[in-house]
Design a protein around this ligand. Structure first.
Ligand code: IVH
Length: 684
C-alpha cells in the first residue's frame, strides 16, 4: 500500500470512530459533542474517501445507514424465541396480586422481591440481532412467532447501532425494544402531510409502525424514529474468556439495561428498581403524573422481576411471562359526540375549525374542544356535526379529532360549512391556491386578529409586558380602547381602574410595566411586530444583520435573502410587511409612543461584499465552513450551497470535489484557504 493510501485508510477509521462516538453522545447520552455542521462535514469527508476506496466500504460504516434499494416486500423472519405479550394490571390491588403470585412461586415475601419498573412505550415492537457485534437482522414483532424483516429500514435509525461499541462484545445478541416517534416529530410530520395532502397518521404509534413498513428505506430515513431497548432476549458471551464480564456479571435485568447503554443502545432514563408491591405502585403513580411531560406516548408501566434467575424459574403461561405485568394508564383516545364546530381566527388571520364536544375525560383531563385543523382535514375525516368521534390527547399537544364512527351517525347529522366571511369582522375569507389554510382578509381591522396580535406583542419573548393577560387584552379591544399596539402606551391608571377587577395598584403596576417595556432591543421589537414566519431566531438574525430598523425596512428581497436562515418565503413576508401603509403607520405610532432600543447594541461593520455570492467547499484547517459562512455573511455576502454562473468566488478547502470542477468549468474565481483568510482579514 502506498503512503497516501495508508493515510486515507487511517483517516477512514478515525472518521468512523469519531462519527460513531458523536452519534452515541447525541442519541444515547444526550450530551452532544459535535455540532450538526461538524458531524455533516465529517460524514461528507468519509463518503468522499469511501468513494475513492470502494473496497474499504463496510456495512457498519456510518455512511451506510441509507444504502439499500427499495424492497419488493419484506421477508418473513422467524423469532428464535417468541415475542410475547403481557398480562395487564389496572390498580394497586392488581399489582399486589401479581407480586403475591410471584412470591408464592419463588417461596419468598412479596416485599423482598426486586422489580424493575419502566415506561410501557407506545410504538412498534422490534427485535435486533447482532453477530460478533455487527447488526445482521432487524424484524417486527408480527404475530410473535414470525415478523417482517425490515433490516434496511431499521439501519436508517441513528439510535440503532450498526456495530456494538465498547468492550466485551458477545458472539450473539438479540435486543428487543420499541421504535417510537416523539410528539414534536409526529406533529411536524402530520403538519407537513396536511400541507402536502399526503397521509396523516392518527397517532405516533401508527406513524412509527407505518414509517418502518416503507418499502423505500430513504423514506424511513426522513422519519423522526427512535429505538428504545427494553430487553435482552438472547446473549452468548461464550466467546469471552473474561468470565467476570460475561453472563455471570449480568444477573439482573437492570444490569443488562446498563450494559446495553454501554454497547450503544438507548434505554429508558425512567427505569427504577424497587422492592415490593407498594413501591412499585408508587412508581406507577409518579410516572402517571409525569406522563404528559415526557414528550412521547406511553400507555403504562412494565413491571419485571429483576433477577434473571427468578425470571427463568417463573417461566411462561400461554402467551405471557409470569415474571412481568403491564400496569395500564387511562387511554389517550376516547369517544364522544361532536356538538358543533366554531371557527377561530388567529394572529395572521388563519381560520381554524374548532370542534365543540360533549365533555369527555381523556387520559385524566376533561376535554370539550379539539382542533379540526382546516377544511381539508374535515373532508379527510368526513366528519359531520352530531357524529360520534374519537378524540386523542397527548402531552401538550392540542386534542385532535382522529376518527369518525360513521355507523353511529344520527339521522339529523349536519354538514360542516366553512364560512366565506370572517365570523368576527365580516371580511372575506381567502384561501390562496396551494395553501391548506384559509385566512380572514381583514388584517388589523379584524378584532380577532388585533387581539391575537396584541397578545403576541406583549408576550414574554416580545415586549414582555407584565400583568397584561389575555382577558384584559380582549376587554381593551372590545371597548375599542386599544386599536393598535401603540394605543397600549396611552392607557392611564385612572382609565384602567374603571375596569372590573382592576384596582388602583394593578392599574398603576400595568402602566409602569408598559413604561418599562418601551426600552427593548431591536430583535424583540422585530419579533413583536408579528411578521409572518418571523420567529424569535429569525428576528434576532434580522436585527444583527441590518443593525437598524431603517436598514431592515429599506432592504429589498435579495438583501433579505442574504440573512442567515432567511429563505425566499420569509424574505417576501418581511418585504411585504414593510410595504403596507397601515404597518408603517403602526411603526411610526410605536416610535412616537417612546419605544427605544440601543442602536449601538448591534455593531454593524462595513459590508464590502454586499451583492456577492460565495460558495465554500472542502475541508479547511483553521475554521469550519459554518464559521467561514458567518464571517462572509457579516461582510454582506450571500453564501450559497452550489456553484452557478452567479457565483462570485469559490473557497476550495482540502479535498474539494465536484464544486471545484464546476467552478473551473464556469470560470468562477477559486481561492484556497490561505488566500481566503488573508482576504477576510483585510475586509474585516
Ligand atoms: S418487556 C415478554 N418492556 O409491550 C414480554 N415491553 O405487551 C417482554 N412494550 O408489544 C416485554 N414497552 O413491545 C417490555 N419497557 C417495555 C415495553 C414493552 C413497551 C411493549 C412490547 C410488547 C408489549 C407487551
Amino acid at each position: 500500500m502506498s503512503q497516501p493510501e495508508q493515510k486515507n485508510l487511517e483517516e477512514i477509521s478515525r472518521l468512523r470512530a469519531e462519527l460513531d462516538d458523536a452519534n452515541y453522545r447525541y442519541y444515547i447520552l444526550d450530551e452532544p459533542k459535535l455540532t450538526d455542521a461538524d458531524y455533516d462535514r465529517k460524514l461528507q469527508r468519509l463518503k468522499q474517501l469511501e468513494f475513492k476506496h470502494p473496497e474499504l466500504v463496510s456495512p457498519d460504516s456510518p455512511t451506510q445507514r441509507v444504502g439499500a434499494a427499495p424492497a419488493e416486500g419484506f421477508p418473513e423472519v422467524a423469532h428464535a424465541i417468541p415475542m410475547l405479550s403481557l398480562d395487564n394490571a389496572f390498580s394497586r390491588n392488581d399489582i399486589t396480586a401479581f407480586a403475591e403470585r410471584v412470591a408464592e412461586r419463588l417461596e419468598c415475601q412479596a416485599e423482598d422481591i426486586e422489580f424493575s419498573c419502566e415506561p410501557k412505550l407506545d410504538g412498534a415492537a422490534i427485535s435486533l440481532v447482532y453477530e460478533q457485534g455487527i447488526l445482521v437482522s432487524g424484524a417486527t414483532r408480527g404475530d410473535g412467532r414470525t415478523g417482517e424483516g425490515i433490516t434496511s429500514n431499521l439501519r436508517t435509525l441513528r439510535s440503532v447501532p450498526l456495530k456494538l461499541m465498547g468492550s466485551n462484545i458477545p458472539a450473539l445478541l438479540e435486543v428487543r425494544g420499541e421504535v417510537i416517534m416523539r410528539h414534536a416529530g409526529f406533529e411536524a410530520l402530520n403538519d407537513r402531510a396536511r400541507e402536502e395532502g399526503s397521509k396523516v397518521f392518527a397517532n405516533p404509534r401508527n406513524a412509527a409502525a407505518g414509517s418502518l413498513r416503507q418499502l423505500d428505506p430513504r423514506i424511513t430515513a426522513t422519519r423522526p424514529l427512535e429505538f428504545h431497548a427494553y430487553q435482552v432476549a438472547r446473549i452468548d458471551m461464550a466467546n469471552l474468556d473474561d468470565g467476570a464480564m460475561g453472563n455471570s456479571a449480568m444477573t439482573t435485568h437492570s444490569q443488562q439495561m446498563e450494559r446495553l447503554k454501554k454497547w450503544g443502545f438507548l434505554s429508558s432514563a425512567e427505569l427504577r428498581t424497587v422492592s415490593g408491591p407498594v413501591l412499585v405502585a408508587d412508581y406507577c403513580e409518579q410516572l402517571g403524573e409525569k406522563r404528559d411531560q415526557l414528550g412521547y406516548d406511553i400507555d403504562g408501566v412494565v413491571i419485571k422481576v429483576n433477577d434473571l434467575r427468578h425470571q427463568r424459574e417463573l417461566g411462561f403461561v400461554a402467551r405471557a411471562p409470569r415474571w412481568a405485568v403491564a400496569f395500564k394508564f387511562p387511554a389517550q383516545e376516547e369517544v364522544t359526540t361532536l356538538n358543533d364546530v366554531e371557527f377561530q381566527i388567529g394572529r395572521t388571520g388563519a381560520i381554524t375549525p374548532v370542534a365543540r364536544l360533549a365533555p369527555v375525560t381523556v387520559a385524566g383531563v376533561t376535554v370539550s374542544n379539539a382542533t379540526l385543523h382546516n377544511a381539508d382535514e374535515i373532508n379527510r375525516l368526513g366528519v359531520m356535526i352530531g357524529d360520534t368521534v374519537a378524540i386523542r390527547r397527548a402531552g401538550d399537544v392540542i386534542p385532535q379529532v382522529v376518527r369518525v364512527d360513521i355507523d353511529k351517525r344520527p339521522a339529523q347529522a349536519r354538514a360542516i360549512t366553512f364560512p366565506v366571511h370572517c365570523p368576527v369582522c365580516g371580511s372575506d375569507i381567502e384561501r390562496l391556491e396551494g395553501e391548506a389554510v384559509a385566512r380572514c382578509s381583514g388584517g388589523l381591522y379584524c378584532a380577532a386578529q388585533r387581539k391575537e396580535a396584541l397578545k403576541h406583542f406583549v408576550s414574554r419573548k416580545a415586549l414582555d409586558v407584565d400583568g397584561l393577560g389575555e382577558k384584559l387584552i380582549e376587554q381593551l379591544v372590545d371597548l375599542d380602547w386599544v386599536k393598535s399596539p401603540a394605543d397600549l402606551f396611552h392607557l392611564t391608571a385612572s382609565q384602567l381602574q374603571t375596569l372590573p377587577r382592576m384596582g388602583e395598584k394593578s392599574s398603576t403596576n400595568l402602566v409602569n410595566a408598559l413604561d418599562k417595556a418601551k426600552h427593548t432591543t431591536l430583535a424583540r421589537f422585530i419579533y413583536a411586530l408579528g411578521i409572518r414566519e418571523v420567529g424569535e431566531a429569525t428576528a434576532a438574525n434580522l436585527a444583527s444583520h441590518f443593525g437598524t430598523l431603517q436598514t431592515l425596512q429599506d432592504a429589498d428581497q435579495a438583501a433579505l435573502e442574504a440573512v442567515n436562515d432567511v429563505g425566499p418565503i420569509v424574505a417576501t413576508h418581511v418585504h411585504t410587511f414593510f410595504r403596507q401603509p397601515h404597518n408603517l403607520e403602526t411603526l411610526e405610532a410605536l416610535l412616537d409612543a417612546g419605544i427605544t432600543w440601543q442602536e449601538s447594541e448591534i455593531t454593524q461593520g462595513p459590508t464590502p461584499l454586499a451583492g456577492q455570492t460565495w460558495v465554500l467547499t472542502g475541508t479547511m484547517d483553521t475554521m469550519t465552513r459554518d464559521e467561514g459562512k458567518a464571517r462572509l455573511q457579516a461582510l454582506g455576502a450571500k453564501v450559497a450551497g452550489s456553484v452557478s454562473k452567479k457565483t462570485t468566488c469559490l473557497v476550495a478547502g482540502e479535498a474539494a470535489g465536484s464544486k471545484l470542477t464546476k467552478a473551473e468549468q464556469l470560470g468562477v474565481e477559486v481561492i484556497d484557504e490561505a488566500t481566503f483568510i488573508e482576504r477576510l482579514a483585510a475586509w474585516e
